[in-house]
Ligand binder design. Structure first.
Ligand SMILES: Cc1cc2nc3c(=O)[nH]c(=O)nc-3n(C[C@H](O)[C@H](O)[C@H](O)COP(=O)(O)OP(=O)(O)OC[C@H]3O[C@@H](n4cnc5c(N)ncnc54)[C@H](O)[C@@H]3O)c2cc1C
Length: 429
């Protein structure tokens, strides 16, 4: 079958890399444009004293089929180790591990609601297709399958933490798919002696370069040029004009609509949450073993604290642990997002002292601000189409298109591959 001769991929995160690779290995001449000097986007890394850390907590999910396929393709799958980690919930009464029978019994919720919670989790586990919940809310799902008591004790605080929204306003399909994945109770994967996201990004970048993709990075896209209903070229701020037959956008939809305002109408419904991820290194024991500590009391700056070394003990130098404070914000206009690094770190220090009862002594800090992290998955959220109805040679990939699935490295890779296959299936542009 004929296929377009040339393509430009916008964005060098995992969805852009996967799209570029799939197109290039089918014989398309591909150029990929990324604003950062390193490829990988949200799955990127930073280095401190010879050790490489992810920008924020990242674990491999055993059900993330496409991620496992890519890890296998780059030869890293045999290095993956699996570990059951502890996930804690902080409520007024203290810290609870809901996976532990004694803690579950002690958790401040009636016995009847605990039984309803288990029923909800079991029903969600056995349901894989959530499309019938697309138009319904998380509130309907929890009240129907669990009960209002379960919602009030567990899910209202969690949806507020994640999106600053009540269950009423959050998509039922999204929550159902998340519960189906059982992220909290399955073993998580990591690669000993490495930061696995760096292994993945480097491995996929090598696939892409070996397939002949031309990578332009760093280069900030400034504009898409359209003519007679087709995109003809992209422009970068350093004056490059890149023409092609087809264009695959993997940048957030809010970025794309700035580059090509004609697309705004269709993509306006996708609103992005923001995220703060701050990592520090400490030699202090934390006094409580956990990987993931949820803070649904909603009285702290952080939504969650992760001890990254509890999953991968080799991430930090021996005797040190990497502690990751994470805050989800309804949007990048929230005051916390604009705090200086020092002020933000002070807020997280306060959180730490309140939770653990002693002051945090950190050797270094790293602050990452993600202005557009994930679409806010409101009730009624729908994926934008894979191909623009207005500009038929413009295609979309990325995690704003993988609803209601959990947002992950694997879904990003999968979305890139799927979109590239649509491009190829459409034939000669
Ligand atoms: C804190 C955190 C924790 C996570 N935890 C996990 C986990 O445990 N497990 C898991 O599998 N996944 C996890 N994820 C999700 C995973 O990292 C993402 O889903 C995935 O990396 C998204 O890839 P993407 O290509 O769709 O988007 P992005 O990575 O956002 O890629 C978009 C790219 O476009 C570029 N771009 C934007 N604007 C422009 C422009 N104007 N010009 C040029 N380039 C531009 C960006 O720089 C970026 O590289 C986590 C993410 C975060 C942030």
């Amino acid at each position: 079958m004929s296929h377009p001769r040339t393509a430009v991929v916008l964005g060098g995160g995992l969805s852009g890399l996967a799209a570029a690779w799939e197109l290039a290995r089918a014989g398309v001449e591909v150029t990929l444009v990324e604003k950062a000097s390193e490829l990988g986007g949200l799955a990127g890394s930073f280095e401190r004293e010879g050790h490489v850390y992810p920008l924020g907590y990242h674990h491999i999910l055993g059900r993330d089929r496409v991620l496992l396929e890519f890890l296998d393709r780059i030869g890293a799958l045999p290095r993956v180790k699996w570990r059951r980690v502890k996930m804690l919930f902080r409520v007024r009464e203290g810290l609870f591990d809901l996976g532990h029978p004694l803690d579950f019994l002690r958790f401040p919720m009636s016995l009847a609601d605990k039984a309803r919670f288990v029923r909800l989790m079991l029903r969600a586990f056995f349901k894989s297709d959530w499309s019938d919940w697309n138009e319904r809310s998380a509130r309907e799902l929890i009240d129907g399958w669990g009960g209002p008591g379960v919602r009030a004790a567990i899910f209202e605080p969690l949806t507020r933490l994640k999106f600053e929204l009540a269950c009423e306003d959050v998509s039922g399909a999204w929550l159902g798919a998340r519960l189906h994945f059982r992220e909290g109770s399955s073993a998580f994967g990591y690669i000993p002696g490495a930061n696995w996201t760096q292994v993945l990004c480097h491995g996929v970048e090598k696939l892409v370069r070996d397939a002949g993709v031309r990578v332009i990075a760093p280069a900030l896209l400034s504009r898409l040029e359209a003519e007679s209903g087709r995109v003809v070229a992209v422009h970068t701020t350093n004056g490059q004009r890149l023409a092609a037959d087809v264009f695959v956008s993997t940048v957030p939809t809010e970025v794309l609509t700035r580059l090509l305002p004609d697309e705004a109408e269709r993509l306006a419904g996708v609103r992005y949450s923001a995220l703060l991820s701050v990592i520090c290194s400490t030699r202090q024991p934390l006094g409580r073993e956990f990987y993931w500590l949820n803070l649904p009391t909603l009285d702290r700056a952080a939504c969650g604290v992760f001890d990254l070394t509890a999953l991968n003990p080799t991430l930090s130098p021996a005797g040190e642990r990497a502690v990751n404070f994470v805050t989800h914000l309804g949007g990048r206009d929230r005051p916390l997002f604009a705090l200086s690094d020092e002020a933000l770190i002070d807020r997280y220090r306060e959180d730490f002292a309140t939770i653990f009862g002693f002051p945090l002594e950190a050797r270094w800090w790293h602050v990452a601000r993600v202005a557009m992290y994930s679409p806010v998955l409101v009730k009624g959220y729908r994926n934008p189409p894979v191909r623009s109805p207005r500009h038929p040679n413009l295609y979309f990939a990325g995690n704003y298109r993988t609803f209601p699935s959990i947002v992950s490295t694997g879904t990003a890779l999968g979305s890139g591959v799927e979109t590239a296959r649509e491009v190829l299936a459409a034939g000669g542009a």
